[in-house]
Design a protein around this ligand. Structure first.
Ligand SMILES: Nc1ncnc2c1ncn2[C@@H]1O[C@H](COP(=O)(O)OP(=O)(O)OP(=O)(O)O)[C@@H](O)[C@H]1O
Length: 332
């Protein structure tokens, strides 16, 4: 656990960047700092690896004050990923990833094997290993940045707007991959973003900060959406928070109607489209039992006849739900 106790950062020009911040960041989970520009997210993050020193208060990792030891050994246990990846332009991809293991004096073969394994883990083709950063796309560079931060197997990863500089589709992929990776590696991740959707998607817990570096709310995303602590949080999470909250409600309990005759299925029972007025219309999105109500709503909205199809793990149609059925579930 990383604990902030009454932590303040005032820059020499008098700017109060972080004001009496107290919170507990649980181990092996993703905690997101979110808030408008200038609210002190980056300052809070960088105080954890002491690239910015706090003015007062205490920050501890598993009970030990981070100021007790020297910053260099502190940083050895903390990976750091930044916007634009911050890769060394004159080093190849594999050498970028191997930076910290080399500094730690690992033998060459182990270093290279670890670097190659990590590239694969973050979804990069090993063929890219000998390229230079400028020869990669923005999304690929970010993946290398994540691999580099993981190279020395740190317990903690600090990520400062790591996906902000890439287009929305790549950003979505990187978010999905971070969640997949986290299921395997279970690091303590502290992630900074100004994007509330990203915070809600990635965070096990979300800290909403206000300008002046004050903590407005610290809660799991579902709680933030259902019970914003004040008007600031309410306006920050947005007017469509009710819709977003559907992400956290499962489609498990929906009462499905039997598969209708108009649904076209293949030999394996997988739906392929809708028979309607003599033509076959596209299917639209489908959802699974374990998906969220948001996925079920999406299936209803994208179906050409307003019927969302629920499928099992093998993709076989189980039944359907329409707007009325969904509305009933939303009210309950
Ligand atoms: N070195 C510095 N000297 C003086 N003020 C600073 C310094 N660095 C940051 N600040 C100020 O501290 C406040 C918090 O900055 P910080 O970078 O932590 O915010 P942020 O929430 O990460 O912002 P953004 O989303 O725009 O990156 C801002 O008012 C900023 O201008």
């Amino acid at each position: 656990m990383i604990e902030f106790e009454d932590v303040t950062k005032q820059y020499p020009d008098g700017t109060m960047a972080v004001d009496s911040l107290s919170l507990r960041i649980p181990s092996n989970e993703i905690t997101v700092f979110v808030g408008p520009s200038g609210c002190g997210k980056t300052t809070s993050l960088r105080m954890i690896n002491r690239t910015i020193e706090r003015t007062s208060g205490r920050i501890s990792i598993d009970g030990d004050d981070i100021n007790a030891g020297d910053p260099v050994s502190l940083r050895r246990g903390i990976g750091y990923v930044i916007q634009h990846a911050g890769l060394f332009p004159h080093k190849t991809v594999v050498d970028n990833v191997a930076t910290v293991p080399k500094l730690l004096g690992w033998d060459k073969r182990k270093t290279r094997a670890t670097a190659m394994e990590l590239l694969e883990r973050v979804g990069l083709d090993p063929k890219l290993a000998e390229r230079y950063p400028a020869q990669l796309s923005g999304g690929q560079q970010q993946r290398v940045g994540v691999a580099r931060a993981l190279a020395a197997d740190p317990k903690i990863m600090l990520m400062d707007e790591p996906f902000s500089a890439v287009d929305p589709i790549v950003r979505h992929q990187l978010q999905e991959e971070l969640l997949r990776l986290q299921r395997d590696i279970g690091k303590t991740i502290v992630f900074v973003t100004h994007d509330i959707d990203e915070a809600i998607k990635l965070g096990d817990n979300v800290a909403v900060l206000k300008v002046g570096g004050k903590l407005a709310q610290f809660a799991p995303p579902a709680e933030l959406l259902a019970h914003p602590a004040d008007e600031f949080v309410e306006s920050f999470v947005g007017q469509d928070r009710g819709y977003r909250a559907l992400t956290f409600r499962e489609a498990e309990g929906l009462e499905l109607a039997p598969v209708p005759a108009e649904l076209v299925v293949d030999d394996a029972g997988k739906p392929t489209g809708w028979q309607h007025n003599g033509e076959v219309l596209p299917l639209g999105a489908v959802f699974r039992r374990g998906d969220s109500l948001r996925a079920a709503l999406d299936a209803v909205l994208t179906s050409p006849i307003g019927q969302g199809v629920c499928v099992d793990e093998s993709g076989k149609a189980l039944g359907t739900i329409d707007q009325a059925g969904l509305a009933g579930a939303l009210r309950s």
